[in-house]
Design a binder for this molecule. Structure first.
Ligand SMILES: [Zn+2]
Length: 149
């Protein structure tokens, strides 16, 4: 696959994801929230681990993630949910399987470039750390619990 073909494939997947979610947004049922018992069942079937990274999920700060994205028509049934860290879930967003596998492959490849200190890796590492610093700086500071504005 040529670099141009890869770019074209990524744009095609992005475009079809947007069209799919626009189409489904109109007639899908409203998202319902899970009961505490439902959430306990979702956590139990994954042995208390995030289905995206495999790490232990602690406390209540986790999402019941749709395995087949809700925005792509995924069902609201317990069988379609698995636990995910809020961070992992926010990065998975509503990518379809093909697009998500490509993102993983690209991420693993780029991580290796950064580790090896290749020209691409050094440039990407510099851009990424600058992007992260900017992103974190844009997040609203958290007020201590119970404080007033
Ligand atoms: Zn995770």
């Amino acid at each position: 696959v040529s670099p141009l073909a890869l770019a074209k494939l990524l744009r095609r997947l992005h475009g079809s994801r947007n069209r799919q979610s626009d189409k489904l947004r109109k007639d899908r049922p409203r998202r319902k929230s899970l009961t505490a018992a439902d959430r306990a069942e979702v956590l139990r079937k994954a042995d208390g681990r995030c289905h995206l990274c495999g790490g232990k999920v602690e406390g209540t700060a986790w999402d019941a993630d749709h395995v087949f994205a809700h925005s792509s028509g995924g069902a609201h049934s317990i069988g379609n949910y698995l636990p995910a860290h809020k961070l992992c879930n926010s990065y998975r967003w509503h990518y379809g399987p093909e697009e998500f596998r490509l993102i993983l492959k690209l991420g693993v490849w780029l991580k290796t470039q950064i580790e090896k200190g290749t020209v691409v890796g050094i440039a990407a590492g510099e851009r990424f750390t600058a992007y992260e610093k900017d992103r974190v700086g844009r997040q609203r500071p958290k007020r201590p619990v119970g404080s007033r504005r």
